[in-house]
Design a protein around this ligand. Structure first.
Ligand code: B16
Ligand code: MG
Length: 247
């Protein structure tokens, strides 16, 4: 696989050289807002109640996947804990109550000015912008952070029948933007989301080290969202990714 470097980022996939992206679909939790930390705290409480050891590394495996799948992955850490469907549903409900309580404190100040600046730059370049999140709480988060108006379309966990790594959430976002998948880039913090982007036929940009794993690699990996506007495929003037090696 080719390994490419862009800025501080590394990649292993499609070259961006001949691509002109017309739409960017952003994951929400862990990309635009640090609600990934709030998910972690809520799942930590559930794990403690169940006597299941849980840390940030374990939490990284829950990124991007649905609430129900998150619980399954948590339970897999201690196979002796066997629960029925009703108990699982109650635990998911409880986790969501804890999580939603923590969202009460969320405000516009939780979106770093640099994130708003990136969205503004891309909008000025006439790129179509969307959010594609697995979360059923995405609308609430976008409203609380006053971010909703920054996007042309939002797709979330309430609008899909299958969660990431299924491509549905991104394909629906592209359709709402009026764009074909192959001119869309996805920005994601989770392997499940990178896989969903690839399955959708989109260009997958990972953000942060958590975006790689389980043998899944983004086409391009950035350390910070502020590196995004420099990409030539997004109308930026940065130099194209340089190939540094082949394996
Ligand atoms: P909820 P994203 C995902 O959001 C989170 O990364 C994942 O941790 C969570 O389990 C999932 O949403 C469902 O969230 O319980 O709020 O419906 O990263 O796709 O924006
Ligand atoms: Mg995420």
């Amino acid at each position: 696989m080719r390994i490419l470097i862009y800025g501080a980022g590394v990649i292993g996939g499609k070259s961006m050289k001949n691509i002109m992206i017309r739409g960017v679909i952003f994951d929400l939790d862990g990309v635009l807002v640090h609600t990934d930390e709030l998910h972690f705290r809520a799942w930590s409480c559930i794990a403690e109640e169940l006597g299941i050891p849980f840390d940030r590394g374990a939490n990284d495996r829950l990124r991007g996947v649905s609430r129900a799948e998150s619980l399954e992955r948590l339970l897999a850490l201690k196979p002796e804990v066997r629960l029925g469907d009703k108990e699982k549903a109650a635990l998911c409900e409880r986790k969501n109550s804890l999580y939603r309580a923590s969202l009460e404190t969320l405000t516009a100040a939780d979106i770093p000015p640099a994130v708003r600046a990136v969205l503004e730059i891309l909008r000025k370049r006439k790129l179509r912008l969307a959010v594609g999140s697995s979360s059923r709480n995405a609308r609430l988060i976008l409203q609380r952070t006053e971010l909703e108006q920054a996007f042309d379309a939002v797709t979330d966990g309430t609008m899909i029948t299958a969660s990431k790594p299924d491509p549905e959430v991104f394909l629906r976002a592209a359709a709402l933007l009026g764009l074909e998948p192959d001119v869309c880039a996805v920005v994601e913090d989770a392997p499940a989301g990178i896989l969903a982007a690839h399955r959708a036929g989109m260009y997958a940009i990972g953000l942060g080290a958590c975006a790689t794993g389980d043998g899944i690699r983004p086409d391009l990996l950035l350390s910070r969202l502020t590196e995004l506007p420099a990409l030539p495929a997004l109308g930026g003037e940065g130099s194209p990714p340089s190939r540094t090696g082949i394996r």
